[in-house]
Design a binder for this molecule. Structure first.
Ligand SMILES: [Fe+2]
Ligand SMILES: [Fe+2]
Length: 184
């Protein structure tokens, strides 16, 4: 008996799919960075205030990640194949910078959040009046990321040793990660 062709799955267009994939990956990376920082700083004496601050930001990243988890499922977006890479690299970046000191941990946060802010700004522009649900999520999260960057700056990010070089290196790394996660 001839089978009826299935109707096409209600998926996202390729450009929207790439946006959701990279944002999902980025929020996951952010969660892993903060987890790495907390793993180190929780054990350090005198770092309780930083731990509280980072924990608050980490909770917001969890919320961002959950929202993109939902979008990935609803729109049937293929998640990035690089998840295992971001799992390790994110945690390692967080742990390594935290091991260098609280200010270096915040320098990492400032750099990452600046790169994400830039990325989300680009998406908001590219979306124009397409996909209001995605656009409003990106707008809301972008405000949180900007707040995270400001918090990090307030906590002395710029006083970290080698701040300029470290910041540029991390931002460059983030931009590469973003490019890769759109496609792969
Ligand atoms: Fe986030
Ligand atoms: Fe953030």
């Amino acid at each position: 008996m001839p089978r009826k062709p299935k109707p096409p799955a209600p998926g996202a267009t390729p450009d929207i799919e790439a946006m959701i994939r990279v944002d999902h990956a980025g929020e996951y990376g952010a969660v892993r960075i903060y987890q790495g920082q907390l793993a180190v700083l929780k054990r350090r004496k005198g770092a309780a205030a930083s731990v509280d601050t980072i924990r608050h930001m980490a909770e917001q990243e969890q919320r961002h990640l959950k929202a993109f988890d939902r979008l990935v499922n609803e729109r049937r977006v293929r998640p990035t194949a690089l998840e295992p890479v971001w799992r390790v690299a994110g945690f390692a970046l967080g742990a390594a910078t935290a091991a260098m000191g609280e200010k270096t941990a915040f320098a990492c946060t400032a750099a990452v959040e600046e790169a994400i802010d830039e990325h989300y700004a680009g998406q908001i522009e590219a979306l124009e009046d397409k996909d209001p649900a995605l656009k409003s999520a990106v707008k809301e999260f972008r405000a949180d990321e900007a707040e995270h960057r400001d918090t990090a700056l307030k906590h002395g990010a710029e006083q970290a040793p080698g701040y300029k070089l470290l910041s540029e290196a991390i931002k460059a790394g983030c931009r590469i990660a973003i490019k890769l996660s759109e496609k792969i």
